[in-house]
Design a protein around this ligand. Structure first.
Ligand code: TYD
Ligand code: MG
Length: 454
């Protein structure tokens, strides 16, 4: 095997045949790193030469029961896991440094330990004393969690092999060092090799392994994305610095639905579960403010109400700004184009700011109509009725497409004190008693009805 080096982007994991300053795949600068070539095995002959061991092949049909799951008792975590922790599974918990990954996992491990799992927590970032102090402060000092502060992967694997825990947390994968790979800790090669060893250990010994991965901004340290494909479940812990809300989001789950979220609040005593996120996201809503529109969304299996806020103002520069927080940039551009082309409402020369309140991020196209409503409301300086929620997908023709789970969305809205909803005309499902559905056929009709223009 010729040892051709490969070059890997530390941000997105894409491989390139040669080095370059910018990754074509994700557009990041200075993130491409040379990866040490894999060492050739004992035989350098073609693998087809027939020296391998014949595998035993199995039928698809099985009598085996689904894997037993262990619940932590933290409802917000268990739901995101798909109903609890699965033995022999490998999980990745990604997130910005300082967002609360270690705090979440320390709390979760303590809960799993109290639920009867044997748990080992390996910190490569903090000394044992520091982790202990944090555990004391969080009131978890008595939980039967075994602790180690170590970065040498060989020693860690030997220890885990001896202990055979049911759950092992590795905090973080970027600090681990495999002595058989000639590269610095945190490099793509090291992070991949360490993840591979730990995932193999999980499968071999039946231990559930949780890897912590910091999202990195600079190119020297490999980010969690380079190991996403190796693990069964990928969770991200998100939130805005300065906001106390944290959202745990499953982006991949071989053992449950993806797209599920769990909501937490960072307090002085660690993370607190937020069981009614809608109330939280709408808590400091001002009455009747132009540009603010409440969207009745669905996150995973749960309805969640969030507020979209828009500001539209004449641009002081020839190049008008489009700034979005918590929603897709390209999708905003599309909605602005539809408003202009189909409804004749221009945004040229106007700066547009769009924000989802509370640090939440919305990915559903069902929020299109709420975004359009927020933009129009800001532009016309006219507020929507304060008891109204909005949802619906906008097509390029300006027509409104119905979205899933109308009734769930409306029920949640009613629970939070709203009494009417602007919804796509062809929506199926009926409104709860005392709640008014206002069907809208297309965007032009919506503009006419809400803002008396068109
Ligand atoms: P941490 O879990 O160390 O983040 P990560 O492992 O993702 O890097 O969280 C660090 C932040 O959380 C730190 O800024 C302090 C804050 N924090 C609290 O506000 N309350 C607490 O009880 C704890 C333990 C941390
Ligand atoms: Mg940490």
């Amino acid at each position: 095997m010729a040892k051709t080096p490969t070059f890997t982007c530390t941000a997105c994991g894409a491989t390139h045949p040669r080095w370059s300053g910018r990754c074509d795949a994700c557009g990041a600068w200075n993130t491409i790193q040379e990866e040490a070539p894999l060492s050739a095995g004992p035989s350098k002959k073609s693998l087809g030469a027939g020296k391998g061991r014949a595998l035993e092949l199995l039928d698809l049909a099985t009598e085996e029961a689904p894997p037993p799951r262990t619940r932590s008792g933290m409802e917000e975590l268990d739901r995101v896991l798909g109903g609890g922790l699965v033995p022999a599974s490998a999980l990745l918990l990604g997130g910005d440094p300082g967002i609360g990954k270690s705090t979440l996992l320390l709390q979760a491990t303590a809960r799993f330990a109290s639920a009867g799992l044997s748990c080992v927590y390996v910190s490569g970032e903090e000394a044992s004393a520091q982790v202990r102090m944090r555990a004391q402060r969080l009131g978890l000092g008595e939980a039967p969690v075994r602790l180690a502060a170590e970065t040498n992967l060989r020693d860690i694997l030997t220890t885990l092999d001896r202990e055979r825990p049911q759950l092992a947390v590795i905090d973080s994968i970027q600090t681990m060092w495999a002595d058989n790979v000639e590269a610095a800790p945190g490099s793509v090669s090291q992070v991949r090799a360490a993840a591979h060893e730990l995932v193999s250990f999980a499968k071999r010994r039946g231990t559930a392994v949780i890897l912590v991965g910091h999202v990195t901004k600079e190119g020297q340290i490999a980010g969690p994305r380079v190991v996403e494909h190796m693990v069964d479940t990928v969770l991200y812990f998100e939130g805005e610095r300065g906001h106390q809300f944290r959202i745990l989001r499953a982006v991949k789950n071989r053992f449950g639905p993806a797209d599920e979220i769990g909501v937490f609040e960072m307090t002085g005593q660690g993370l607190r579960e937020v069981t009614n996120p809608s109330a939280l996201f709408l808590s400091d809503r001002e009455a009747r403010s132009p540009g603010a529109v409440v969207f009745a969304g669905i996150e995973g299996t749960r309805p969640v109400l969030v507020e979209f806020q828009a500001l539209v103002a004449p641009s002081p520069t020839p190049q008008a700004r489009r700034t979005v927080v918590g929603w897709d940039n390209a999708r905003l551009a599309m909605i602005l184009a539809v408003l202009e082309a189909r409804c004749g409402i221009p945004f040229a020369g106007l700066d547009v700011y769009l924000n989802v309140a509370g640090g939440m991020r919305v990915g559903e196209p069902a929020a299109d109509l709420a975004v359009a409503a927020a933009l129009l409301s800001a532009r016309e300086d006219a507020a929507l009725p304060p008891d109204m929620v909005v949802f619906g997908e906008i097509s390029l023709s300006g027509a409104l497409r119905p979205v899933s789970q109308t009734e769930n969305r409306l029920k949640e809205a009613q629970k939070l004190g709203f009494s009417q909803a602007a919804v796509p005309e062809r929506s199926t499902g009926s409104a709860p008693d005392g709640f008014a559905m206002r069907p809208v056929s297309d965007l032009t009709a919506f503009v006419g009805e809400m803002f008396g223009a068109g």
